[in-house]
Design a binder for this molecule. Structure first.
Ligand code: ADP
Ligand code: MG
Length: 547
């Protein structure tokens, strides 16, 4: 791919959000790295020298020839768009032709480059204020580009003083690189700070496979990744979901949205993600979820913000629907997500089988169709056998999940005769009972009659207590959770095999089988591969009859 840089026509310049995009070391890194990615680089090395206010980015991308190097830093010069119409076809990360130019006004800029189709030597160009080359000489380098920005804000002492602390700036550089890496998992990164290697990111085939390198607390098995091709041309939705029984955060800091290769802020889409995890996480916890939409460029207007971190999306409702259904899909039970790698980390001390999986693979995305109840432990855990291993399912919360989803789909209130009588309710309790839709009326001194109740409570002896509990507060949803919890099979209840089997079948088809509505995990899985490892079955094959 040979780039040909041209200066944009004035009418295009007028359409582009003007704005200073270089306001920090991290912004320099972002602009240079995005140029490397646009040049098709698969290896990027970043050298950061904060005390010299210097950033150098080296890539193995397409490089620039003599002509391009001459024009690269002139105002509004770009190889990425030509005309107004191109603004709706943007597939590259850059397009304004502003970054290198602004850098020449804010810092010293030097570029070494050699195009991939070998034009014998590379060139080294030093640019003067405003972007004219002031020195051009041949230089021996591998094909690709090395851009060095030094003495950033050297003539803008006020800006340097207004900067956050060095430590904060360095952290911002790291975050910037990590966010970009998550959007381009196929790229390998090496990052140096003050002549020492600082961190590296190895390439991966998917974002989910890359994430554990960046977010150390999560492991591959904690995540489930769904990729959906959408009916629109060239559109795709990738979502990496942290399974709610395995990871969650105390802040929504890992709810991230990327569009066409760049992390963006989108309150609307973030909100959609959070609602997708509704009632699957413990109270005040937030999911890990990375969404990457690949969208036809005409659906997007990047011009909301000069740093391109905010965008306009056409047809927001459509995207929100797609995202919700992708999260639903990712959260359903399937043998892939129930591999135990994570649980093992929690029961690792018991099992010592937590080594990396070796070559073991269940078929992707298959709902385990043959869950077989084989027994009950302590009248609390159902032992489940399936082709990939065994699970323990806690009967009470599995049933609570089943009932909760039933109630949400169909919150039935039924009339009862005689009514349930309650004593000594406060006015707040009475209005709370009305608020969740039950009929209640005075029935004498300190006495109230409740004439409609949730259907599920009908046959329960503790119906009156249940309604008292509901009168103590919470909205309709909290009431539904409470009814599900109260109605679910108690731990300690003896179950017959057919009863266990029915519960398993119902639980298996819930929308969010991983956790109960309070966010507690429902199932512990022990996969055949780990059992085989634990019992050292590889030792005996061929030597004994125990196979
Ligand atoms: P933009 O990225 O918006 O086009 P820039 O000022 O960032 O504007 O870059 C100007 C041009 O310089 C780019 O359009 C591209 O052709 C060229 N360029 C910049 N960095 C590189 C690089 N690392 N490899 C190849 N070409 C580059
Ligand atoms: Mg650029």
């Amino acid at each position: 791919m040979a780039s040909t840089i041209q200066v944009l026509p004035t009418e295009v310049v007028h359409l582009i959000t003007a704005g200073e995009v270089i306001d920090s070391l991290a912004a320099v890194v972002r602009e240079l790295v995005e140029n490397s990615l646009d040049a098709g680089a698969t290896r990027i090395v970043v050298y950061l020298s904060p005390n010299l206010w210097r950033v150098r980015v080296a890539d193995n991308g397409c490089g620039m020839n003599h002509d391009d190097l001459h024009k690269a830093a002139i105002a509004h010069s770009t190889s990425k768009i030509r005309s107004c119409a191109d603004l709706w076809k943007i597939r590259s990360l850059g397009f304004r032709g502003e970054a290198l130019h602004s850098l020449t006004t804010l810092a010293d800029l030097e570029i070494l480059s050699r195009p991939e189709k070998n034009y014998s030597d590379g060139l080294r160009v030093v640019y003067g204020y405003g972007g004219e080359p002031v020195l051009v000489e041949t230089a021996a380098i591998a094909s690709g580009t090395v851009v060095t920005v030094s003495n950033l804000f050297g003539n803008w002492s006020a800006r340097r003083q207004g900067m956050p602390s060095a430590a904060q700036q360095i952290k911002a550089v790291q975050t910037t690189i990590q966010q970009i890496a998550l959007c381009h998992p196929e790229v390998s990164w090496q990052v140096w700070q003050n002549d020492r290697e600082w961190f590296t990111i190895s390439p991966a085939t998917t974002t989910g496979k890359l994430l554990p390198q960046i977010l150390n607390q999560v492991r591959q098995g904690d995540l489930h990744e769904v990729k959906i091709k959408l009916p629109l041309p060239n559109s795709e939705l990738n979502i990496v979901v942290g399974l709610p029984d395995r990871c969650h955060r105390h802040r929504p800091d890992w709810v991230r949205v990327a569009i066409n290769g760049r992390m963006v802020k989108s309150q609307e889409l973030e909100h959609t993600i959070l609602s997708g995890f509704h009632r699957t996480l413990p109270r005040d916890r937030y999911p890990v979820c990375l969404l990457h939409l690949v969208i036809s460029p005409e659906q997007i207007d990047w011009n909301r913000h000069p740093a391109k971190s905010e965008i306009y999306l056409k047809d927001m409702g459509y995207w929100q629907e797609q995202i919700s259904s992708a999260i639903d899909q990712a959260l359903r039970l399937n043998s892939d997500t129930l591999k135990e790698s994570v649980h093992i980390s929690r029961v690792g001390k018991l099992l010592k089988a937590a080594e990396e999986k070796s070559g073991y693979n269940l078929k992707e995305n298959k709902t385990p169709n043959s869950l077989k109840a084989v027994g009950q432990i302590n009248n609390t855990y159902i032992v489940v056998e399936h082709p990939g291993g065994m699970w323990l399912v806690e009967q009470h919360i599995a049933h609570e999940r089943v009932l909760y989803e039933k109630i949400c789909n169909d919150w039935q209130l039924i009339s009862i005769e005689p009514p349930v009588l309650l004593y000594q309710l406060s006015p707040v309790q009475v209005s709370q009972i009305q608020r969740i839709g039950l009929d209640i009326e005075p029935f004498g001194e300190q006495l109230w009659a409740v004439r409609t109740i949730p259907a599920m409570l009908q046959k329960r002896e503790d119906c009156a207590e249940a309604i008292l509990e509901l009168s103590l507060g919470g909205n309709l949803e909290a009431a539904q959770v409470a009814v599900a919890c109260r109605s679910a099979i108690r731990n300690g209840t003896v179950l017959s095999l057919p009863q266990m089997q029915t519960l398993l079948d119902e639980w298996q088809s819930t929308r969010n089988p991983h956790t109960c509505p309070h966010g507690r995990p429902i199932c512990l899985s022990l996969e055949e591969s780990s059992l085989a490892r634990f019992f050292r079955r590889n030792w005996v094959i061929g030597k004994s009859h125990g196979i």
